[in-house]
Design a protein around this ligand. Sequence first.
Ligand code: ADP
Ligand code: MG
Length: 247
Amino acid sequence: MSNTDFALAVEDLTVSFDGFKAIDNLTLYVDKNELRVIIGPNGAGKTTLLDLICGKTRASHGSIKFKNQEMTKLAEHRIVRAGIGRKFQTPSIYENLSVFKNLEVSFPRGRSVFGALAFQCDDEVKQRVQAVADEIGLGDQLETEAGLLSHGQKQWLEIGMLLMQEPELLMLDEPIAGMSVRERELTAELLQRICQGRSVIVIEHDMDFVKRIAHKVTVMHQGKILAEGSMDEVQNDPKVIDVYLGH
Ligand code: ADP
Ligand code: MG
């Protein structure tokens, strides 16, 4: 397999904050239709890696190619338009708008020559909103004010807002933090569904959850990759047990 066949190819990536390398010469490839989980101790650089991929932080060195196009010099909105969606740890939904409205405002507009003024066929938007709402388990809550949703439902709504843009790479930072057991189960099922037809990167600490969803696990430590492979392989890797799982 050549490097150009991957959905995402991160190569020799480094970022320094005042001389401290939060990401240190890191190379990582993610396939199409792959659900990759990144684990590692606090401060390993996991969130920083996602910040670099979505353009929130600029690399000091190295390359991030998405579908073979270089991302490191692109503005954040161009990276979104290229097909990369990122969910942050705290949901950024509109609490006083309905579920429907939250999804509707996330429908990508302004891609035509007429920009934001282009009139989008109502039916097309409604159908997409309904399809995404069904996907995230909120299909019968379209009129509910987002602020009234449970914590888990709010997280799903934000995932739905990203899905409205049909990203080809979706990145989620600790998506199940604070969720109930049932919400975690439903989130695992949701992630398994949405990685069909796109790549998904999830940062997570909960090993039972990781076991359920991961196709492949990358273990980060001190800005580098410590191990990579199946859940079984990394769980039995003495280096991983030493710096992470043993604690
Ligand atoms: P993780 O998500 O794996 O817990 P982070 O990516 O948040 O780790 O952080 C990695 C390291 O980089 C930490 O030591 C953190 O303090 C540092 N760091 C992250 N962002 C910045 C920044 N903008 N400026 C300075 N240091 C940062
Ligand atoms: Mg983090």
